[in-house]
Design a protein around this ligand. Structure first.
Ligand SMILES: [Zn+2]
Ligand SMILES: [Zn+2]
Length: 138
């Protein structure tokens, strides 16, 4: 591993930790990090790829977009938690009550599935966007 990779990995980790419930495309990450100091896309890409393999990031696609988005799931508050994602605004959040989350997992276990939280994101419009969607047309 080259030395400069280590510094940039730290930079990336700090960035993701500071925005742990947001998603970013590679371009957005490059732009955000470059505000301080120019960083090459290939370096970001390589580090993101490695963090993905280490299970620190979650990768997802959005409808109507060919881009991939990355989100940090390596923080302790995200460990073994189920994430929900809004298909409208892209927001990622936790189930508020952990007992509720445990119930979902129990139902799955009862049906023979041990949930892989790392790979699972439940998708749908969030409460905020859902209200907006259900508003009658004016
Ligand atoms: Zn989380
Ligand atoms: Zn939403």
């Amino acid at each position: 591993m080259k030395k400069y990779d280590t510094a940039q990995r730290k930079q990336l980790l700090a960035f993701f930790e500071a925005h742990c419930h947001e998603q970013f495309s590679i371009d957005e990450i490059v732009a955000a990090l470059s505000e301080k100091e120019p960083i090459e896309r290939s370096v970001v890409y390589r580090n993101v790829d490695r963090m993905l393999r280490e299970g620190l990031l979650h990768k997802s696609a959005r409808e109507n977009s060919r881009k991939f988005y990355y989100q940090y799931v390596g923080s302790s508050q995200c460990h073994k938690r189920l994430h929900l994602q809004c298909t409208e605004c892209g927001r990622i959040f936790h189930i508020e009550n952990q007992a509720d989350e445990e119930q979902i997992k129990q139902v799955l276990r009862n049906n023979g599935l041990l949930l892989d939280e790392q790979k699972t994101v439940l998708m749908g419009p969030c409460r905020r966007c859902g209200e907006h969607l259900h508003k009658p047309p004016e």
